[in-house]
Design a protein around this ligand. Structure first.
Ligand code: NAD
Ligand code: ZN
Length: 381
């Protein structure tokens, strides 16, 4: 079968790989009909995630048709069209029982933090992902969810990660009615977080990024304010000024670890270039939230990154909340929001590219070419 193959930093290609096999009675094999490239894949692509092995296939956002099921599968049958949450979760362990499906113990027992994730390095279990024609889905009686007949497949594929992650970013912010919410990052996750902030009663939503076309998109899509951090004096000062020097009630980090040279840190008044694995956005979030405010982090970092200016956190009495999104927990309410027209995630998809052109697709998404916001890969029929 055709599958994306990681060769090393910024080198991916399409290759032939063996068909995945059922390895466990709770597995299913899914024929992928659509997969996406995510900002999280860029951390892998740029070589910033430990133990990303050449030969791996990425892709944790995908939908498809059930082709084969293991002996213990009861909830799915061959031919079902399913969306598959990016978290690989058993549904039964102590963490899954708390609905912390991003922290499943069974799917990645050797890790101390994250559970299993499709196509996300050996630190997330070493599972192959869905940027391929077929994929093995473990614990298939728990994660995969049959796509309702009325749902557009582009909305379904965004329910596997982007929509729940944006929603959870807003939810973790504990937004109170009338709150000012600042979202750092206008990628798909930040765009969705800005949209969802209103659902929790925000009174004002501000998005910060550096890509004008993304700022323009989020202004229309999420009906919010959006500013380019390269054109305002300093995001922290800007946010303080515009909130009567109080600071934002809630700040959301939808950027994560930035590639080297991605941004300038104006925090200290001195401009300095940060190194790979660092984050300007997280510092801006912590420094522009009000005393007693909440910083919600969905941006992805390396497991041992140590980036929190803890003195400011303590002195301001900030609450920090963070996690991988717990997709399966949120799906029922998000499916309803799409059915009711409250959320229209597919509007973020700007590119549909054949799987065979995966190398170009990564370059376009990574380099923000051609006003790219979200890329879908389509396998051959
Ligand atoms: P993306 O790469 O498309 O978007 C990131 C955006 O951040 C870009 O538009 C970039 O211009 C902007 N940016 C860079 N530096 C900035 C700064 N200092 N301040 C403000 N904006 C800045 O990525 P995405 O798909 O939107 O994902 C965003 C983050 O969310 C990534 O770190 C990704 O790994 C993470 N993520 C987390 C989860 C989860 O479950 N926690 C799920 C999906 C994605
Ligand atoms: Zn993703």
């Amino acid at each position: 079968m055709l599958a994306m193959n990681y060769r090393g930093p910024q080198r991916v290609r399409i290759d032939n790989k063996p068909m995945p096999q059922i390895q466990h009675p709770e597995d299913a094999i899914v024929r992928v009909t659509r997969s996406c490239i995510c900002g999280s894949d860029l951390h892998l692509y740029n070589g910033n995630v430990p133990d990303t092995r050449p030969g791996s296939t990425f892709g944790h956002e995908f939908i498809g048709v059930v082709e084969e099921v293991g002996a213990d599968i009861r909830q799915l049958k061959v031919g079902d069209m399913v969306m598959v949450p990016f978290n690989i979760a058993c549904g039964k362990c102590a963490f899954c029982r708390q609905e912390l499906y991003g922290n499943c113990h069974e799917s990645n027992p050797e890790a101390t933090a994250v559970g299993g994730i499709f196509g996300y390095s050996h630190t997330a279990g070493g599972y192959d992902g869905g940027q391929a024609e077929y994929v093995r889905v473990p614990y298939a009686d728990f994660g995969p969810t049959v796509i309702p007949d009325w749902m557009h497949p582009d909305d379904a594929v965004l329910l596997t990660d982007v929509v729940p992650t944006g929603y959870q970013a807003a939810e973790m912010g504990g937004i109170q009615p009338g709150d000012t919410v600042v979202v750092f990052g206008a990628g798909p996750i930040g765009i969705m977080a800005a949209k969802c902030a209103w659902l929790f009663g925000a009174g004002r939503v501000i998005v910060i990024d550096q890509e004008e076309y993304r700022l323009e998109f989020v202004r229309n899509f999420a009906q919010c304010e959006a500013y380019n951090f390269r054109s305002i004096e300093d995001p922290v000062v800007f946010i303080k000024k515009t909130t009567d020097w109080m600071g934002a009630d809630v700040c959301i980090d939808a950027v994560g670890a930035e590639a080297a040279g991605n941004a300038l840190n104006t925090l200290t008044g001195r401009k300095m270039l940060l190194q790979a694995g660092s984050s300007t956005a997280l510092h801006w979030a912590i420094n522009s939230v009000k005393k007693g405010g909440v910083v919600s982090i969905v941006g992805v970092y390396g497991p041992t990154d140590n980036l929190i200016p803890i003195g400011n956190v303590v002195n301001k009495g900030i609450t920090i909340r963070a996690n991988q999104a717990s997709v399966k927990r949120l799906l029922p309410r998000l499916i309803e929001h799409i059915r009711n027209g409250i959320l229209d995630p597919k509007a973020m998809i700007t590119h549909r590219i054949p799987l065979e052109e995966v190398a170009d697709a990564y370059r376009i998404f990574s380099d923000k070419l051609d006003n790219c916001i979200k890329t879908v890969l389509i396998p051959p029929k």
